[in-house]
Design a protein around this ligand. Structure first.
Ligand SMILES: [Zn+2]
Length: 64
C-alpha cells in the first residue's frame, strides 16, 4: 500500500463527564466512537464518554 496523500489532518476526540462538570480532548485513538465510555471523571468518578470527534485540516493557501 502506497500513500501518496500528503494530508496532515489531525483528528481529535472530545470527552465529557456524564455529569457535565468535566471536559477534555485528546488525539483520536483507534476504536473511538461517539458515546463510548473511556474512563472516569477526575472530579466525581462518574463515567467519561466521547461526545464528539473532529478533524483539524491545515489551512490551504488561497490566492489573494
Ligand atoms: Zn464529573
Amino acid at each position: 500500500m502506497s500513500s501518496n496523500q500528503q494530508q496532515t489532518v489531525s483528528v481529535y476526540t472530545v470527552i465529557k463527564c456524564v455529569n457535565g462538570d468535566y471536559e477534555t480532548e485528546r488525539p483520536f485513538q483507534d476504536g473511538d466512537y461517539v458515546l463510548k465510555v473511556v474512563g472516569t471523571c477526575p472530579k466525581d468518578g462518574r463515567n467519561l464518554y466521547i461526545v464528539g470527534i473532529y478533524a483539524v485540516v491545515p489551512e490551504e493557501k488561497k490566492g489573494s
